[in-house]
Design a protein around this ligand. Structure first.
Ligand SMILES: [Zn+2]
Length: 425
């Protein structure tokens, strides 16, 4: 297939075994590879290395592109692999100046795109448009080319690894379309994490109508992280519907690989608490915690200048911060039962969220569709679960009120994706 761009591989089959993390032949490229089927269909875009010290996803994608080319697997739609932070990948750093996965708000993207739009682009050190600003602008431009005007379903898989090793898991924003995509992945799926973070690429694209999922494979430098990412991409292709014929053997092998790593953990969990950090509060996580470590209410987890920090509720620790910079000390998650998932799916299909503004203390936001204003003095007696059931997970204060919002495109995709950059303010 001449249309398909040949991936930059690690050399021929005859070459001696080499470091699986060695930079690809030809260096790091924005477009890792592309595979297009003969028939139209869904599009799966995979992003690897939006944190530059997480190259495992790039290597995994190279393997998948090679296998698709060599095996001639019947295919519909398109797979595209993109790198996130090219400059940081080359230097092996998480980022150079700013975390590139906290810059995807309309305002920050508009600022990143400004020098391009005004034609005064002079990217380079000291121009005010270097490092991650330039990366965001360029990745946005590539995503525009890939996504704008798409009428078929578009899926986006964002591949990550972490400093500590652990069980692979997935994160999704809580829409029914995201849940459906995540279901065939035999890993724990975490709801509500993105809603706690601001400026993640997945939320930006999800809000435009893309089905999105983040995938954490394991430790940065572990070769099994490449294997798990490769498994994630194969399962993602099957979940997206890219295989019109029999499901290739790679998908079944991938499911086995990931379910062996799952270690009996719950299938779906939700974030219920975030321990936010302030600058110089001297936060120190106590040793012995990793993702999914169970904790009991009152257990001492960490300390800072104000004293000991105890678990506010029983659950499981997620993303404990042991090293480096960050705004989050840890999160607490708990299992979500299948009954609850079924119920919330049913209620959303019945569009019951339309009834929420009838509750005392709750009204529609006058300017923002999909947002509610909640008077917490009146509404504090409602369990937060009522809002979660109907997809309202994002909360932030606005004056005396709380604004709660849900993801758009919960049930149906937009007829046509619009991926134009936001206007600068
Ligand atoms: Zn990452």
């Amino acid at each position: 297939m001449s249309e398909n761009e040949r991936p930059h591989t690690h050399g021929g089959a005859a070459s001696p075994p080499q470091d699986p993390f060695a930079p690809p032949e030809g260096g790091w490229q924005r477009i890792i590879g592309r595979h297009r089927g003969e028939r139209p269909g869904p599009k799966l875009v995979c992003i690897a290395g939006i944190h530059g010290n997480e190259p495992a996803g790039v290597h995994a994608l190279l393997r998948v592109f090679l296998a698709l080319e060599e095996r001639g697997i019947p295919f519909r739609g398109e797979l595209v692999g993109l790198t996130g932070n090219l400059g940081a990948l080359a230097e092996g750093l998480r980022y150079r100046e700013r975390d590139m996965n906290r810059m995807w708000t309309r305002a920050l993207v508009a600022r990143a795109m400004q020098p391009l739009q005004t034609g005064k682009a002079a990217p380079g050190p000291g121009s005010g448009h270097d490092a991650e600003w330039a990366e965001v602008a360029e990745l946005h431009r590539v995503l525009e080319q890939e996504l704008d005007g798409q009428t078929e379903e578009v899926f986006l898989l964002d591949l990550h690894t972490s400093s500590a090793d652990g069980v692979p898991f997935a994160c999704i924003g809580d829409t029914l379309r995201n849940r459906r995509f995540a279901r065939p992945f035999p890993v724990p799926v975490l709801l509500g994490l993105e809603e706690e973070l601001n400026g993640a690429l997945l939320e930006y694209l999800n809000d435009l109508g893309v089905v999105t999922m983040g995938f954490e494979a394991g430790q940065h430098g572990a070769s099994h992280s490449i294997d798990r990412h490769e498994a994630g991409v194969w399962i993602g292709l099957a979940a997206a519907g890219c295989f019109p014929g029999p499901i290739p053997e790679q998908v079944e092998a991938s499911r086995r690989l990931l379910s062996d790593a799952r270690a009996g953990l719950p299938k779906v969990l939700e974030i219920l608490y975030r321990h936010a950090l302030r600058p110089r509060d001297g936060f120190k996580m106590h040793p012995g915690y990793e993702n999914f470590t169970p904790v009991s209410e009152g257990e001492i987890l960490a300390e800072d200048k104000a004293g000991l920090i105890r678990a506010r509720r029983s659950g499981r620790v997620m993303l404990p911060l042991y090293q480096g910079k960050g705004d989050d000390g840890f999160f607490l998650a708990r299992r979500v039962h299948r009954f609850w998932l079924k119920l919330s799916g049913l209620l959303r299909k019945m569009r019951l969220e339309k009834l929420l503004p009838w509750l005392p203390g709750v009204r529609r936001h006058p300017d923002k569709p999909g947002h509610l204003l909640v008077n917490t003095r009146v509404a504090r007696f409602y369990p937060v679960q009522i809002f979660h059931l109907l997809g309202y997970r994002k909360r932030r204060p606005e004056g005396d009120l709380q604004v709660v919002s849900r993801r758009q495109h919960d049930l149906v995709r937009p007829a046509r994706l619009e991926m134009r950059p936001p206007e600068s303010p």
